[in-house]
Design a protein around this ligand. Structure first.
Ligand code: CAA
Ligand code: NAP
Length: 248
């Protein structure tokens, strides 16, 4: 991936950090975006930690749920936004509760962050990719898009929406050298999963044939595979990585 520029949303999170590192290991120049509720100091600390490990990432603030914030990101990136080759739409949140108790904010925040973000981040760069006749777009969905999950009507709906977006856009840009794919991770050991009650996690692990949670690097390696120049014939697909928990 030498000479390629990648942008990873949620690049400072569990899976995001590993994606940044793996893309960088493959030679890509990586821009990581962060939210951190505007805590820029904590983002700078992440950047410094990465530097100690030999990674030199550029970091930019963005709220992917907010169209104007994404517009501002691309203004801040200036000409750099015109040569993004690889876009990883990875940022996401949960706000789990049974539907009978779910309030409008829980619904809206999850849909805005997990699904509207794909419009907010992809629309500003797609025409540059089209004019350069090259692009790799990878959207991070979830096992629970297709399986459904108690307490996740909002999350499952948002992540299922990603599949429709991926397939429709893949068709529109296939002839322009751009691929659009989805990865659907199962339960991966990050903050997002670790905030579930311990006894519920134990039950979930019991449903995973491989017998453990996944690791962020097991997703990041797949991202690199799809992001490679050599993967140009794979588009509109969904790569399932869930330890056998739900097979289609
Ligand atoms: N199926 C059927 N019933 C269930 C259930 C399930 N899977 N889970 C809970 N229930 C029932 C309980 O048995 C209980 O029933 P009673 O009231 O009759 O006893 C009732 O629902 C309430 O259960 P809780 O006490 O757990 O309710 P709560 O309000 O405290 O918690 C919850 C609800 C937050 C949804 C909790 O059940 C939970 O955290 N579940 C796990 C959700 C999950 O898997 N989230 C994934 C987050 S990580 C992620 O999303 C990444 C990814 O992509 C994989
Ligand atoms: P995580 O560590 O909580 O990372 C989520 C990332 O999303 C964070 O880096 C966060 O940024 C970013 N984010 C949240 N809201 C944002 C917003 N409004 N604007 C910009 N960025 C925002 O969880 P993760 O497990 O790595 O999740 C990464 C992706 O994988 C998510 O889309 C998630 O749904 C998906 N996924 C996870 C699992 C799993 O089991 N862990 C399974 C399937 C799919 P900051 O840290 O900067 O705030």
């Amino acid at each position: 991936m030498k000479g390629k520029k990648a942008l990873v949303t949620g690049g400072l999170g569990g899976i995001g950090t590993s994606i940044c590192q793996h893309l960088s290991n493959e030679g890509a120049e990586v821009i990581a975006t962060y939210f951190r509720q505007g805590d820029h100091e904590s983002a700078k600390r992440w950047r410094e930690e990465q530097k100690k490990n030999g990674y030199n990432f550029e970091i930019y603030y963005v709220d992917v749920a907010d169209y104007n914030s994404c517009q501002k990101l691309f203004e801040d990136l200036g000409s750099k936004s015109q040569d993004i080759d690889i876009l990883i739409n990875n940022a996401g949140i949960t706000s789990d509760t049974p539907f009978s108790k779910m309030d409008h904010i829980q619904w809206e925040s999850v849909l805005h962050t997990n699904l509207d973000s794909l419009f907010n981040m992809t629309r500003p760069i797609i025409n540059n990719m089209i004019s350069r006749r090259y692009g790799r777009i990878i959207n991070i969905s979830s096992i629970n898009a297709q399986k459904g999950q108690y307490g996740q009507t909002n999350y499952s709906a948002s992540k299922a929406g990603i599949h429709g977006f991926t397939k429709a856009l893949a068709l529109e840009v296939a002839s322009k050298g751009i691929t659009v794919n989805t990865i659907s991770p199962g339960y991966i050991a990050t903050k997002m999963v670790m905030k579930i009650k311990e006894e519920i996690i134990e039950k979930i692990v019991g449903q995973i044939p491989v017998g453990r949670l996944g690791k962020p690097e097991e997703i990041a390696r797949a991202v690199c595979f799809l992001a490679s120049e050599n993967s140009g014939f794979i588009t509109g697909s969904n790569l399932i990585i869930n330890g056998g928990q739900y097979l289609l």
